[in-house]
Design a protein around this ligand. Sequence first.
Ligand SMILES: *Cc1c(COP(=O)(O)O)cnc(C)c1O
Length: 426
Amino acid sequence: MAVLDQLTSQQAIDLENKYGAHNYHPLPVVLSRGEGVYVWDVEGKKYYDFLSAYSAVNQGHCHPKIVDAMTNQAQTLTLTSRAFYNDMLGKFEKFATETFNFDKLLPMNTGAEAVETALKLCRKWAYEVKGIHENEAQIIVCENNFHGRTTTIISFSNDPVARKNFGPYTDGFIKIEYDNLQALEDALNSNNNVAGFLVEPIQGEAGVYVPSEGYLAAAKALCEKHNVLFIADEVQTGIARTGRLLATCGNCSCADKHCSGTPEVKPDILILGKALSGGAYPVSAVLANDDIMNVIKPGNHGSTFGGNPVAAAIGMAALEVIKDEALAHNADELGKVFRTEMSKYIENSSIVNAVRGKGLLNAILINDSEESDTAWNICLRLRDNGLLAKPTHGNIIRFAPPLVMNKEQLLDCVSIIISTLQEFEA
Ligand SMILES: *Cc1c(COP(=O)(O)O)cnc(C)c1O
């Protein structure tokens, strides 16, 4: 079959099953086009995208401004490697560091690479600035974390599916309970070699766990007291998803259009990915101030594609769209509408136990065991009814539409979700 032949859904699925590694279990729907909040399958059926590629497509599918930046740059210069300067990277670094209020940015491609970069940066800072003895640095992480798929990152995961038979694992991590300040304080008090605390402001993959009010600020204060770097993994929560430019912004006023990105909790190291490109291209980054970032010297770290001109052009356009279209504000407003409407339904529901989340990163808890296939079956019915979402863990469904959605579309989606859930009520 020729490359350009139009496949049916079943043909596309069969090809992936036969020729692709089985490292995912996709919902059976084959998409061939996207625009804004919508995607279309190969048979032409239209869906609301309620996953946004795990919050990479915050700016909506194929945003014209991002596509323009990408195609213009792709026709001009795509890759120089960092062996030479290029005329786009510095502009992107200036724009992004001003947006998020840091001195410097280190560009990478995927989220996992940016997390790896942050871990290396933290360790090097520990030895060269804090003065920890070589090879003794420890980094505190949280139970049920998700930070990516590399060998080091899965070394401190506690998901058996992600970990089993991939050992031996990387040392140097202490795992504590999420949203537990006492556990953090105990870990800091009982070990003099702690270099950093790596945390997701909301645990997305774990099932959209929002920590207690004040947890992040108090954790940051504990880190400061012990001269430990507070490392925020905002790969999923960042870039307007939770109703603020960053989830670490807490309740500051930066949901407004002129947000300066001044966070309530300012991380020492900020990790971004996913929506940093609006889903057009892999673009990730680590941001920090000079006292930390300057420990990295030529040859210490790098990536052939990291900071390439296409990525830089896309990254700038993607952040501009967030600001120009006030997407943090929209996520904040629509998130409230979504949770209010879902809460009303849940009062009299036997199939849904709760809704939780922040901005447009939300989840519902299905009243069944983690081993059951109820949530999966609900997602299949949602698909039939024109809305795409996927369970995270057996009994939690994450709802994260593109942030360019309007209120009318959101209410349409709420009614699709509710009428679908009604089919499953006892
Ligand atoms: C998705 C994600 C990552 C990993 O990003 P990849 O681009 O898939 O490597 C890391 N941290 C968090 C919080 C994520 O959601």
